[in-house]
Design a protein around this ligand. Structure first.
Ligand code: EPZ
Length: 418
């Protein structure tokens, strides 16, 4: 198994364009099913989760081709509505195909989705939203069978948790439900806005993304569209935390600072200097990071749960104490044991984690536990004394394109050892 070997302590510098947003392109690729014809998606990142999604589209009968950062999907010859377990297990976000297949074919059959093990990953909100729209959903030998033919109707939906995936699934299904659907308590993440923009480009009548109330006028005929995916705000946060951990000054481009305000505020409070433009962020840091006020993860626009491990890794090698509270997922501290191997002083009590900066971490042999936990270990290694080996790179490849190459371009001493 290959691993990253990182010699820490080298300040970073330079400029880096972040890849397209994983959590935006996955639902957008599924949304291509809503209409026959060829859609074109630009700034599509080359990630294993994206490849898995493209494999599912091909299995369903779509023609999918990649040319660099541009992916074309022709969903004319959709011939299947069932997704086998081995493809569903590859990632959790494959559950998004439920809404897309119901919308296009009125039927779908999926096994329970896989993905990072971040505690129980229920899909009850997805299922209750689709049932409310008129879908019949039942379980048969571990597969979810869904029937919506002729019974889908728009109506008011209320989400008890602003679930990103449930909001997206309801949006896609509602596009084919004659009548008006309102989603009250919708997730407000920028990726939802990106999905709305793509659906509007397909001719859908969807408004309200980025607010808690979404409205979809269903039954409107849709057509294929050409669209450029937004920049990945969590990948941008990762590179910025890497600069904060290692010191130096670097720029990330291709991302709107407005999509990661909460993360930037924490980095500034920790002592970093930030300069932003419409689609770029420059961060400089020439002193050890300070402890900051409690970091509580929350639905957007709160602090994103996906950046929790990443910021924690940077602060663990700084000075001062910071309390983290992980409010979104039940067990998203699996990276803490690995950070402790690098000398981190982190005390966990339920959802809370108290990080006491130790001035400098030291290199160690560590293993990625999940996508963002793995990225956090690389961030920690960049500022650590000595050499760190990070294993289980398959987790990192799910969400970071050219991770080591990009960090080398910023001056990091990192290489992949086969
Ligand atoms: C999306 O996951 C993202 N994934 C996650 O990013 C991100 O952490 C999460 O949103 C929160 O922002 C993609 O977009 C592909 P949720 P999702 O439904 O949709 C509970 C990464 O690292 N819940 O908003 O699965 C759930 O258990 C990944 O890129 C239910 O209880 O997240 C969690 O506690 C990790 N029932 C909370 O809601 C449901 O039916 C938020 O989950 C659905 C969710």
């Amino acid at each position: 198994m290959s691993y990253y070997e990182i010699l820490g302590g080298r300040p970073l510098s330079g400029s880096l364009a972040v890849h397209g947003a994983k959590n935006s392109v996955l639902p957008i690729l599924a949304a291509c099913l809503l209409s026959p014809g060829q859609s074109v998606i630009h700034n599509c990142p080359d990630l294993s989760d994206v490849s898995a999604t493209m494999d599912i589209l091909r299995l369903l009968g779509c023609r999918v081709e990649r040319e660099g950062g541009t992916v074309t999907i022709d969903a004319s010859a959709l011939s299947r509505w069932d997704i086998p377990e081995h493809l569903m297990r590859e990632m959790r976000s494959s559950v998004i195909f439920l809404g897309a297949l119901l919308a296009r074919l009125g039927t779908a059959e999926l096994s329970y989705p896989g993905g990072c093990e971040l505690g129980p990953r229920p899909i009850d909100l997805h299922l209750s939203a689709l049932r409310a729209l008129g879908a019949e959903i039942w379980e048969e030998q571990g597969a979810l069978c869904c029937q919506g033919r002729g019974s889908l109707r728009g109506r008011e939906l209320c989400l008890s948790i602003p679930s990103v995936g449930a909001t997206e699934n309801a949006m896609l299904a509602a596009c084919s439900c004659p009548g008006l659907t309102t989603i009250v308590g919708a997730a407000q993440e920028p990726e939802i806005v990106d999905l709305q923009n793509f659906l509007q480009a397909m001719g859908a009548k969807v408004v309200g993304a980025g607010t808690p109330n979404l409205t979809i006028e269903g039954g409107v005929p849709l057509h294929p569209a050409e669209y450029r995916v937004m920049g990945d705000r969590i990948a941008a946060a990762t590179y910025l935390c890497g600069v904060a951990a290692a010191g130096g000054e670097a720029e990330v481009t291709g991302v709107s600072p407005d999509t990661l305000t909460a993360v930037l505020a924490c980095l500034e409070e920790a002592g970093c200097t930030l300069h932003t433009s419409a689609d770029s962020i420059v961060l400089s840091c020439d002193a050890p990071l300070r402890g900051i006020n409690p970091v509580r993860t929350a639905p957007y626009p709160g602090f994103p749960t996906d950046a929790q491990a990443i910021l924690m890794a940077a602060l663990a090698g700084g000075e001062g104490v910071t309390l983290f509270v992980e409010n979104i997922f039940d067990s998203r501290y699996r990276h803490v044991d690995e950070l402790r191997r690098m000398g981190a002083d982190i005390q966990i009590a339920g959802r809370a984690a108290m990080v006491s900066g130790v001035g400098r971490l030291h290199g160690a042999a560590v293993r990625s536990t999940d996508l963002r936990g793995g990225a956090a270990l690389v961030v920690a290694a960049l500022g650590a004394e000595g050499t760190t080996k990070v294993g289980q790179l398959r987790h990192i490849r799910r969400g970071y394109q050219d991770f080591d190459k990009n960090l080398r371009a910023l001056g990091a001493d990192i290489r992949e050892v086969p």
